[in-house]
Write a protein that binds this ligand. Structure first.
Ligand code: ZN
Ligand code: FE
Length: 263
């Protein structure tokens, strides 16, 4: 599997709802794949404006803001291969996939590996290939998803799996949560110069009406508190929060995640 995108590909986060992104990756000839179409209209408008034809859909998890657009989309563009998790809560998956399998997108000449990342939901998956990571609501810029169906241990392990991907991997997450995530990050990791620099840069991007994604695995490793549960600064912050000395990174992760829920 090549580590970068072939020449001529475009990658766009199509805004949906209040803060979702539907990622649309397109080859030079107009064949496109979309990830997590929570609603159809913005994606259809994007495809029309760019003269793209949708060739496949990837789904990371069953939440409505990631799959809700499927019925309308299929009406609009006809039946398509839909690759997603094995989960009875997603009716329209044509190609169910599990961790370690590969997704072939012949129309685009691309192939992605499937990574199981339980925690936000129990069947959440991510797609990795060509220097890209589509990670839904698992890893966000500066943060991570809430644990609706998993334990802290599962979510922590899922995030570590993503953190071990090559540093230059572009992290294509499904929400624009960056500024609020970085506000929390700066509170728990206040002496991290990379984090403070990125927080200022992300603030400027949002002021200019621009998106803050994709980020990179390297940037997340350097700034995302949920990937940094063995760093002394974060161990100290989490320990102070719970009032006892934490030594297990999973406990640090759990304390940070609970803190973020009420921050
Ligand atoms: Zn979700
Ligand atoms: Fe979501």
């Amino acid at each position: 599997m090549s580590t970068s995108l072939p020449h001529g590909f475009t990658l766009d986060p199509v805004p949906a709802f209040k803060d979702n992104y539907i990622w649309c990756l397109a080859a030079q000839d107009g064949a496109a794949v979309a990830v997590d179409p929570g609603e159809a209209e913005p994606l259809v408008a994007h495809l029309r404006a760019r003269g793209l034809r949708l060739a496949a859909i990837l789904i990371t998890h069953h939440h409505a803001d990631h799959i809700g657009g499927l019925p309308r989309l299929l009406e609009e563009v006809g039946d398509l291969p839909i690759h997603g998790p094995v989960d009875e809560r997603i009716g329209s998956i044509t190609h169910p996939v599990q961790g370690g399998q590969r997704v072939h997108l012949p129309a685009l000449g691309l192939e992605f590996e499937v990574i199981e990342v339980p925690g936000h939901t129990r069947t959440h998956i991510a797609f990795h290939g060509h220097g890209l990571l589509f990670c839904g609501d698992t890893l966000f810029a500066g943060g991570c998803g809430r644990m609706f169906e998993g334990t802290a241990g599962q979510m922590h392990e899922s995030l570590q799996r993503l953190a071990r991907l090559p540093a230059e991997t572009r992290v294509c997450c499904a929400h624009e949560y960056t500024l609020s995530n970085l506000r929390f990050a700066a509170a728990v990791d206040p002496a991290n110069p990379s984090l403070l620099q990125w927080q200022a840069a992300a603030g400027r991007l949002r002021d200019e009406g621009k998106v803050t994604v994709p980020t990179t695995v390297a940037l997340e490793r350097a700034t995302n508190p949920f990937l940094r549960c063995t760093e002394p600064a974060l161990v100290d912050s989490a320990s102070a929060r719970v009032g006892r000395r934490l030594t297990d990174p999973v406990d640090v992760f759990a304390a940070l995640r609970e803190w973020k829920n009420v921050f």
